[in-house]
Design a protein around this ligand. Structure first.
Ligand code: MLT
Length: 407
């Protein structure tokens, strides 16, 4: 008899954003008017930058002629894209990362979800609360979390976020091996300073731990004193893997391109305590289970780094950040304390009470979709997340509906 991986039975019935999509569909059936405005899942709404579209088109044309056609590409990504990433995203900011330490993929969700499988099943895992649910769920699937009791998994070290610590968690009191960090944070929009991040790097060096640093929202950082990459911190090459994405930066949620950085100097340890390069493990995993991102998509991503591409991406980010300002101001003027929205497309609103109840009330009264904080962990209770990814028109309509309903 074939048995299931019964770790799956420890998961909540469905993934947060699928759950929300179902509730919204049911609401629309019941109340088609006013039209729903989606400020829930962080999905971009604006077109790809023109520079990316032209590069995409030309690459498709190349694929249409025998002389320039390409079959399988390198699983790790084409050299042209890896070089552009290393130079622009890292070396230009003084971070020592080389092209051969970059693995191009089809999403940071997949990479942050898959990375755990190259580490020992008994590794002690530290996960912030609240945070993007993929880190926790994929460790549940892998059987690392123990049982779920009273809203938490027994085997996880939760790093609690609150208004008191500005949703930048303190170092754990107990020893851990793998630490997930996400800045600018999803869902809270909180950012970490260089000195706070240095404390995490020092902790990881001292305890031979690894930090899994999700920087998918770095493009929204406007305060130049904040780190965009963990590799801007001394020592990070020894202890950190970083995840980046073109999804939110350049509107690639439907186009799919991201990358993961695994420095060659990063070591994990064998059962006998010998250091082993993590790069070779991830390379083995990636080339066995992944066949690379399509050539036209990689050309489109490369165009993000052209002069015109950089300008267009900056305009795109500014567009969404204008929405973020509007949302933060509207919610604050209604008396709800907010964080985020300054260096992040997410505004984390303190509503008090049960966050799913607030979600339902908001949907019912205004047709506006947000994300309930409890979906990101128990410390998310009493909050909702509002996303700035929508048109100015929709965001401003959403805010007037909210003002009318809640003031
Ligand atoms: C979110 O809304 O948290 C993100 O869009 C989810 C994701 O990037 O997978």
């Amino acid at each position: 008899m074939i048995h299931i991986n019964d770790n799956y039975l420890k998961l909540k019935a469905s993934y947060l954003f699928s759950d929300i999509a179902k509730r919204v569909a049911a609401h629309q059936q019941r109340r088609p008017e006013p039209a729903v405005i989606r400020l829930g899942i962080g999905d971009v709404t604006r077109a790809l930058p023109d520079a990316c579209v032209s590069a995409f088109h030309s690459a498709v044309d190349e694929m249409g002629a025998d002389a320039s056609f390409r079959g399988y590409g390198p699983e790790q990504g084409y050299e042209f894209l890896r070089e552009a990433i290393a130079e622009n995203d890292f070396q230009a900011r003084g971070a020592d990362i080389n092209a051969d330490e970059i693995f191009v993929s089809d999403g940071a969700k997949c990479d942050t979800g898959n990375i755990q499988e190259i580490f020992d099943g008994r590794s002690r895992i530290a996960i912030p609360d609240p945070v993007y649910p993929v880190y926790l769920d994929t460790n549940v699937m892998a059987g690392r979390t123990g049982d779920y009791r009273n809203g938490r998994y027994e085997g996880i070290v939760y790093l609690d976020g609150s208004a008191d610590n500005g949703f930048v968690p303190d170092l754990p009191e107990e020893p851990v091996d793998l630490i997930y960090l996400c800045f600018p944070n999803n869902p809270t929009g909180a950012t970490i300073t260089k000195s706070q991040l240095k404390a995490w790097v020092d902790y990881a060096v001292a305890s031979k731990a690894i930090i899994l640093y999700d920087a998918a929202y770095e493009a929204f950082i406007r305060d130049d004193t904040l780190p965009r990459s963990i590799y801007e911190i001394d020592g990070a090459r020894q202890v950190a893997i970083e995840f980046r994405s073109f999804s939110k930066t350049a509107g690639f949620t439907g186009t799919r391109c991201a990358y993961t950085v695994v420095p060659r100097s990063l070591m994990a340890y064998t059962a006998s305590g010998d250091p082993h390069p993590v790069h070779s493990l991830w390379n083995r995993r990636h080339s066995t289970k992944f066949n690379g991102v399509s050539y036209p998509v990689q050309r489109a991503a490369e165009a993000v780094y052209s002069d015109v591409g950089k300008r267009q991406v900056a305009e795109l980010i500014d567009y969404y950040m204008t929405n973020a300002d509007l949302i933060r101001q509207a919610m604050q003027s209604l008396g709800y304390p907010c964080i985020g929205g300054k260096n992040s497309p997410y505004i984390w609103v303190s509503t008090g009470g049960k966050s799913w109840a607030f979600f339902d009330m908001l949907l019912e009264k205004t047709g506006v979709v947000c994300t309930p904080g409890a979906g990101f962990g128990t410390c998310g209770e009493g909050h909702i997340r509002i996303s700035a990814f929508n048109s100015h028109e929709n965001v401003s309509t959403a805010m007037s509906r909210i003002r009318q309903a809640l003031s």
